[in-house]
Design a protein. Structure first.
Length: 164
């Protein structure tokens, strides 16, 4: 069993209320995308509320929605985000969300640990203050799990986003 798993937090500022007509296509895709994530190789856990998603959780204020999950490794999350049907939703993100400077953070957690929102926000602040480090990073500059030697091809997924 691996000693570490990859946690991720991403944020978005919706262009309208989550129950508005502007956001209807996004909301209608949530169940399908969440099911796709849960069926993806390497998926471990995701934050959800009583409705089965996390859109009602607003720890950063009413203008920010959050998504948090845990994956086996960076490669598994990257494959889901950029090489699955999730890309179709990402292609439309500008219709639903304001552009944000920094909207995602990745970090390693001990296997079996489920991060709290406070922990995730702390990692996001680390990334904002220090840039990518082994404690808080991005796909563009990723780090191996604690105690693991970097793989020859590890450290960057700096390729064009297929969703643009």
């Amino acid at each position: 069993m691996a000693k570490s798993e990859l946690a991720q937090l991403n944020l978005a500022h919706p262009r309208g209320r989550i129950d508005s007509p502007l956001m209807a296509d996004f909301v209608s895709a949530l169940d399908r995308v969440n099911a796709l994530a849960e069926a993806s190789p390497g998926f471990v856990w995701r934050l959800k509320d009583d409705s089965g998603n996390a859109t009602a959780l607003r720890p950063l204020g009413d203008d920010t929605i959050v998504n948090m999950s845990v994956w086996k490794d960076v490669e598994s999350l990257h494959a889901f985000v950029y090489r699955s049907d999730h890309v179709e939703v990402m292609r439309r993100r500008r219709e639903w969300f304001e552009k944000m400077e920094l909207y995602m953070v990745l970090w390693w957690v001990p296997s079996g640990h489920r991060p709290t929102m406070a922990e995730a926000i702390e990692r996001l602040e680390m990334l904002r203050e220090r840039g990518p480090t082994p404690e808080a990073f991005t796909f563009r500059m990723s780090f191996p799990p604690p105690g693991a030697a970097p793989a020859a091809d590890e450290g960057s997924f700096d390729e064009p986003c297929p969703a643009t």
